[in-house]
Design a binder for this molecule. Structure first.
Ligand SMILES: Cc1cc2nc3c(=O)[nH]c(=O)nc-3n(C[C@H](O)[C@H](O)[C@H](O)COP(=O)(O)O)c2cc1C
Length: 184
């Protein structure tokens, strides 16, 4: 399996790092692209610099490099997860404004009919945000707000991260035991 992971400048960078760690453990090929604000928020919230982040991915691509493999539909992937997904990046994707590698890669996945999962954190949501999300969902994109459930009694922040990462993996049909399913 080959996945693109985008990290933009929304809060909850911990979910992006958590996803990269799990995909690495599962030996899944990842292509990482990070926006400038994504890099800033990762460092601010998690104390991870870009070099440490790069080590969690199989391949890293500069967000300015619009000639990277993931910018083309002819480079086959199994889809893309943007986590966290800022409202700015979500708006760019919803409107096909592919002026950086992250948004171009998402645009490519949508046009090729591949899986795209966006994990926004923003609250409250304006009509602009909601209209952009509706547009995306109508194109088959999964919008998964970073809102972990509390029905499995999480005890730590790691439990919350495991739940969200597990729910993302569910959307990708990747088997895992990161959280206890309701009824199990
Ligand atoms: C600490 C921090 C947290 C932020 N959290 C959010 C957020 O949760 N959602 C959001 O849409 N923007 C958030 N922003 C603002 C975005 O980073 C900003 O809109 C930026 O232009 C997004 O650019 P990007 O999508 O290219 O990363 C945050 C900024 C900072 C500094």
């Amino acid at each position: 399996m080959r996945l693109i992971v985008g990290i933009s400048g929304g809060s909850c960078a911990i979910y992006g790092i958590g996803l990269l760690k799990v995909l690495k453990e599962l030996n899944i090929e990842t292509h990482l692209v990070v926006t400038t604000m994504g890099e800033y928020v990762v460092e601010h919230e998690c104390g991870f610099n870009l070099e440490e982040l790069k080590k969690l991915a199989t391949y890293y691509h500069d967000n300015k490099n619009l000639a990277a493999p993931i910018a083309s539909g002819s480079f086959k992937t199994d889809g893309m997860v943007v986590v966290p997904c800022s409202m700015k990046t979500l708006s760019s994707i919803a409107n096909g404004y592919s002026d950086n590698l992250l948004t171009r890669a998402a645009d490519v996945c949508i046009k090729e009919g591949r899986r795209v999962i966006l994990v926004p954190r923003e609250t409250p949501l304006s009509a602009i945000h909601l209209e952009n999300m509706l547009k995306l969902v109508r194109c088959g994109v999964k919008v998964m707000p970073a809102s972990p459930g509390f029905y499995n009694q999480p005890q730590t922040i790691n439990d919350l991260v495991a739940f969200m990462v597990g729910r993302i993996l569910d959307q990708l049909d990747i088997e895992h035991s990161l959280y206890t399913r309701w009824g199990e």
